[in-house]
Design a protein around this ligand. Structure first.
Ligand SMILES: CC(C)(COP(=O)(O)OP(=O)(O)OC[C@H]1O[C@@H](n2cnc3c(N)ncnc32)[C@H](O)[C@@H]1OP(=O)(O)O)[C@@H](O)C(=O)NCCC(=O)NCCS
Length: 154
């Protein structure tokens, strides 16, 4: 039984000590990664910054802002070697439960128009695409639109 449990990913709060590893992963998986300052500001602001780990190794992380019954999912990332194993879905489910437990009734996020994996993950979880923010992100050639997605948590 304990061997089975040891195989499950675990979740814990992110700390400043995690940022070297988080930044190495961030730089590997995003063409336009967050800066270290984005993460340290999120920690300082008291955002919900979570680590997913397996066998002591960080395999994913996320940042969520929650206020006044609404949540904004700012970052959800699975390390390169761990993608497409259901871990993004598992971490999203963990965050949705956390948000519900915090009294959140609506969660939203922005995702790049070209991010097929992210849009598929969120659509599978029940998010709807509700708007487009023009030229929201930097891109290799100019700017790229963001799709705004929303999920009501009842
Ligand atoms: C997006 C991301 C978090 C998905 O995590 P993951 O662990 O690889 O995804 P999962 O294995 O849990 O897949 C869940 C669903 O997401 C979608 N999905 C995930 N990767 C996909 C891909 N490469 N292409 C298309 N759909 C994909 C599918 O709908 C998938 O369901 P399925 O396996 O039944 O087809 C991960 O790819 C990642 O960290 N990417 C880089 C960072 C990023 O883009 N984050 C999101 C920014 S908003």
């Amino acid at each position: 039984m304990s061997a089975l449990l040891d195989d499950l990913p675990r979740y814990r709060r992110m700390t400043a000590d995690d940022l070297d590893f988080v930044m190495a992963t961030e730089n590997e998986i995003y063409p336009h990664p967050w800066t270290r300052g984005n993460f340290s500001d999120s920690l300082a602001a008291g955002y919900y910054c979570w680590i997913m780990e397996h066998g002591g190794e960080i395999i994913g992380y996320s940042v969520v802002m929650m206020a006044a019954g609404e949540a904004h999912l700012l970052n959800l990332s699975i390390a390169a070697g761990w993608q497409r194993r259901g871990l993004g879905r598992a971490m999203l489910e963990f965050l949705l439960k956390l948000a519900r437990d915090c009294g959140v009734h609506k969660i939203y996020l922005e995702v790049r128009l070209s991010n097929v994996a992210g849009r598929g993950l969120y659509a599978d979880a029940g998010f709807s695409e509700i708007a487009t923010r023009r030229d929201y992100y930097p891109a290799a050639q100019g700017r790229e639109d963001a799709v705004v997605m929303e999920l009501m948590l009842t």
